[in-house]
Design a protein around this ligand. Sequence first.
Ligand code: ADP
Ligand code: MG
Length: 697
Amino acid sequence: MNSFLITPIEYLKGIGPQKAELLKKELGIFSFGDLLEFYPFRYVDRSKFQKIDELNSQIGHVQIKGEIIGFIESVMGRGKRLTAKFKDDTGIIDLVWFKGASWIKNSLKINVEVQIYGKPNFFKGGWSIPHPEISKVHVNPQGGFQPVYSSTERLTKAGLDSKGIVKVMAPLIEQLTGQIEELIPLELKNEHRLMSREEAIMSIHQPKSELEARNAGLRLKFEELFFLQLELLFRKKITLQKSLGYKFEIVGDQFNTFYDKHIPFSLTGAQKRVLKEIRKDFTTGHHMNRLLQGDVGSGKTLVALLSILLAIGNGFQTALIAPTEILSIQHFESIKEMLTEMNISIELLTGSTKKKDRKVLHERLLNGDVDLLIGTHALLEDIVQFKNLGFVVIDEQHRFGVAQRARMWKKNTIPPHVLIMTATPIPRTLAMTFYGDLDVSVIDEMPPGRKSIITMHKYEESRLRMFGFIKEEIDKGRQVYIVFPLIMESETLDFNNLIDGFEAITRSFPAPRHHVSMVHGKMKPADKEFEMNRFVKGETQIMVATTVIEVGVNVPNASVMVIESAERFGLSQLHQLRGRVGRGSEQSFCILMTGEKISKDSLKRMQTMVRTNDGFEISEVDLQLRGPGDLMGTQQSGLMDLKIADLAKDGALVAIARDAAKELIKSDPTVEKKENKGVRSVLSEMLRSKPNWGRIA
Ligand code: ADP
Ligand code: MG
């Protein structure tokens, strides 16, 4: 970096030691360069005026020309409130101050034309603007288009509100010509018609028009995403070069026999494609680290099983890890059944495996007598050692922490290949970024013959009709889930709701005709399993549960999923829950019950669920509603340090930047060409400053 940009911020005109201190503390701005990277978060067009009769709730900030025609002072609690009646040629609104009433009143004149700026609220039948800016009507010399910066209370007090920041930015921009190095190769810049870096930094702070601001933003976002993708691709390359993996040279008898004789149905195109991708990874001699995304019910397990058979056929042991005991048992039983005719030794290990059995199992694993071990976290314990573990499948990845996954690596001298399966699709742009150093496979096709689930959103008033509907379905021989929110298993209130709900349901669906199961997180695993099994076997028709059933369980005869207080669930959770039905050949239904008054976001979630069954589409909406930070969890928040790009909004740009990054690596693998000098300097800085950032799984 050149010396101008690293000049300490206190050397800037208008910034004394006190302001400098605040900028450091409040915004982390230490140098000229830091201030230049403090971008405006939006712009206002101060050359335009709105009319009072045009105000509407979508409008945001407005600027209106008019005059104050009178004041009303009122007492409010301990303070005074000042209201000014403000009129233009189309109507009258209130300007309101909750602080400094007398002082403000004295500074304002009646019947003098002024311009006001602020955000109108609609309240009790009229519009009002709290704490507006008021100034003489004037034409802005800089043109009307102005940046708006975020500020803090302390900065505002010191005169560095948005306007104050505009003021200190000006002398900095004035000195900028010739100080900003270009970082993106010329060819790339031309190809995407990007502004120069210098022009972009000047324009983002002082745009002459909306278009210029947008183009400057685009250039800087592209740059940010381009370097992020380059970094990810390089890390992936480095990891791959370092990581030795087992070579599975042959297809093997196990795979062939199963595929020819026992496979219960023919694979979908997507399953075949993914299987090919995995098979290819197995033969490279590098360690496989692959994420398999596919909607609930898309048939990930079968792909996993076939991959497991490939590994076994090459003489290796394998493991399948599920997040809950119920799920491990279900995997264990269904896989055992599919492989009955084959000579493969499969074992189960969970938290409830008896000590005595465990000991035997540990020995058999070490002797190489077990081909496939299925289980829960219990499998990760250090005491569980294999003779020759070659491949690990992790089901439902979002329940597993990064550290837990890393423990699998230590189970053999060369780390076993890893396949992580998730039914919570991540929007493509996010996957590219968060799993940039992981390979991603997608099953985007459902097995044939599935009817798509019909989803309805109902309010409390329809409860009786909902019960009636359930009855009809049960009379047809179907089974029903009713799920209650129990987000923290300790929340007593939720627990009471669940118990009340259970009682209401048993009253409406009495024995001997009906039987109701209940499963929740406070039960002992053995009791849970007992209840779950009654439902799986069809002994009970209704399963009242908390989200413990969220992942994985397979009861094809269940055709109705009722979700109580659905507004309290996130989109991906709702989608997961819905995936419990629609597994058989019958038409299935999902009923979302909510209170009458739900927030706008909640309503959007319900509408999205009603509209689509596509997990990827749902994940996109989820991303818009919650933002990437919430969606991915805080553990990866380091990646959130984007200064200008927004993973939720700039998806298309992420893809373009990634392609550009790939292209660069292809044409200049070691980034040595002269034209890539800028890239090289940024990249080496990035790789140096975050050394431990590499491996995700
Ligand atoms: P996922 O784990 O992706 O949610 P599963 O692997 O549990 O989905 O598969 C869902 C259901 O679809 C299972 O009952 C499975 O037997 C069935 N299935 C899987 N692949 C196929 C296929 N190619 N054709 C028909 N049914 C399939
Ligand atoms: Mg599954």
